[in-house]
Design a protein around this ligand. Structure first.
Ligand code: PEP
Ligand code: MG
Length: 559
């Protein structure tokens, strides 16, 4: 066996045979400029652009059906790139200088692609979108076929240097057993699509992936972030059986009767069905920033209202926790004009923007939420990246103002349960005061680990430090749980840690009341809760909290 590691995207495993993606369009050297008829090349370019635009439109429709409307919006963004006036001008200039259309396209896109590649986080991933549009044009211009992604042989594991969003959206989960890429990060669109499609996937494996040959048998373990070549019998079996877990639609309790809510994290409504199917008790984190991504302007109050109502109607007996807009950090949104920042994770993000430059958006979101809360179902609203009591008080005042406005306007509304994310050290140290002012806290371990350990969540070089099993993070969690319970608030966890079935007993022992995760891990976590004994779990948590190192904690958990 040979194991390569990367970033796991979905906590699923798949076993299959390797198909390498041939997407490169080889252009060769351009002919002599004297042989080029600029008018003819411009006409070829225009034809190719129309064909590409028509293809994009039909792919958008297909993606809407498969992955959901908001995510399919990325194809709208591609149409915009295709028609971007600056890009058009650059390509036409290159034709004017004597290049044939395909070489001019390659030249015209090279500058903007390099520019995006030089940026951080999500902006860097926009380079993927540009490459996608460029290659689409090149394929039309050169008649290059490439791999037919929509019709891969059944049981394929797709390997690629990188996958673009439209590549990923073409994959048919019924036929594809998973994919792995040399490049790419956790927040790339390819990763987001993979999660929505429920595809096992590992990205950012590095150049070693290139050694794996076409047709080889391969396991993609999205949970461990591993790609395993020549898997032995036990690894093959594990990969083949992981989907067959028992789905528990009922709420679960520990073996000695302590109820723990197991909920789903959602980015878009397309994930709602999966959440219900996997037996979620409700939604523990609706990341509403996904509603604002890849479009030209924010969704208005009514559109948001409809979205929140739809989520609520999927869980008539469960709670739906909607988080207000959390932009900034690694989640920029072009039309919001976010400031350039050397250090965006420590800059204006989350509630800081909602109480500052995005206050109007915050107000319209709160209006939509308070209106949605008046209908059936149980809505809760929480605020991201709070680090002071003042921020929480201002957010609560905004809710009260919106409630007064709606009352005055005679619009039906209700004030939902309110909560705060605990994802900064500041919030941990004032958790008592925060808990006293709200109904619940929810621990975001993705950010909490990065801020407690001073290790960026998107930097592979410090991935080992960015781990919630380091004692400082565990102790921050324990402190928050104690503070919540001492102030009659319930406390959940919605960071990635909550969805790791290997940690369920530890989290039960730490006293969490709710665990929220991507839908695919719900069955395993529910099983883990049902198997736990409160006393044994508490003893495990106590020992973990007394451990000096992550190594010691890992050993304990592994036992
Ligand atoms: C977290 O930080 O753990 C969290 C759940 O929020 P996000 O990953 O959206 O920042
Ligand atoms: Mg966060």
């Amino acid at each position: 066996m040979r194991t390569l590691t990367g970033t796991g995207v979905t906590p699923l495993s798949g076993l299959g045979r390797v198909v390498w993606y041939a997407d490169e369009v080889e252009l060769g050297d351009p002919p002599d400029p004297s042989e080029i008829d600029a008018d003819a090349e411009r006409a070829r370019l225009e034809d190719a652009r129309s064909t590409a635009e028509a293809d994009l439109e039909s792919e958008r429709e297909r993606a809407e059906e498969r992955v959901g409307e908001e995510e399919a919006e990325v194809f709208g963004a591609h149409v915009q790139f295709l028609n971007d006036p600056q890009l058009r001008e650059d390509i036409e200039d290159a034709i004017e200088e004597g290049l044939p259309a395909e070489h001019a396209v390659r030249e015209g896109f090279s500058g903007p692609i390099e520019q995006f590649e030089g940026m951080e986080g999500r902006m860097a991933e926009r380079a993927d979108d540009l490459r996608d549009v460029r290659d689409r044009l090149l394929r039309v211009l050169t008649d290059a076929g490439g791999t037919d992604l929509a019709n891969l042989p059944e049981g394929s594991i797709l390997l690629a240097e990188r996958l673009t969003p439209s590549d990923t959206a073409k994959l048919d989960p019924e036929r594809v057993a998973g994919f792995a890429t040399v490049l790419g990060g956790r927040t790339s669109h390819a990763a987001i699509f993979a999660r929505s499609l429920g595809l096992p996937a590992v990205v950012g494996v590095g150049d070693d992936l290139q050694d794996i040959e076409e047709g080889a048998e391969l396991v993609v373990d999205g949970e461990a972030g591993e790609v395993i070549a020549d898997p032995d019998e036990s690894v093959r079996e594990r990969a083949a059986t992981i989907r067959e877990v028992e789905i528990r639609r009922e709420r679960v309790e520990t073996a000695d009767g302590r109820g723990i809510e197991v909920a789903a994290n959602l980015g878009t409504l397309a994930e709602l069905e999966g959440a219900v199917e996997q037996g979620a008790d409700g939604v523990g984190l609706f990341r509403t920033e996904f509603l604002f991504l890849d479009r030209e302007s924010p969704p208005d109050e009514d559109e948001q209202y409809e979205t929140y109502r739809e989520a609520l109607s999927a869980f008539p007996d469960g709670r739906v926790v909607v988080r207000t807009l959390d932009v900034g950090g690694d989640k920029p949104i072009p039309y919001l004009d976010l400031p350039e920042s050397e250090n965006p994770f420590l800059g204006e993000r989350g509630i800081r923007r909602s109480l500052g430059p995005d206050s109007e958006l915050f107000e319209s979101q709160l209006r939509a939420l308070l209106r949605a809360a008046a209908g059936e179902g149980s809505l809760a609203v929480m605020f991201p990246l709070v680090s002071t009591v003042e921020e929480l008080e201002s957010a609560i005042e905004a809710v009260e103002r919106v409630a007064d406005d709606l009352e005055r306007e005679g619009v039906e509304h209700a004030v939902p349960e309110l909560g705060v994310m605990v994802e900064t050290p500041g919030a941990v140290f004032v958790a008592e005061e925060l808990a006293a002012r709200v109904d619940f806290l929810s621990i975001g371990t993705n950010d909490l680990a990065q801020y407690v350990m001073a290790a960026a969540r998107d930097d592979d070089r410090v991935a080992d430090l960015h781990d919630p099993l380091h004692p400082p993070v565990l102790r921050a969690i324990a402190r928050s749980v104690e503070a919540a319970h001492a102030n009659d608030a319930w406390i959940g966890m919605c960071g990635e840690m909550a969805g790791d079935p290997a940690l369920t007993e530890l989290l039960v022992g730490l006293g969490l009341d709710e665990l929220s995760m991507s839908a695919v891990t719900i069955p395993d976590v529910k099983a883990g809760v049902a198997e736990s004994e409160t006393d044994a779990a508490a003893a495990l948590a106590k020992e973990a909290l007394e451990s000096p190192t992550k190594h010691a904690v890992t050993n304990l958990v592994d036992q």
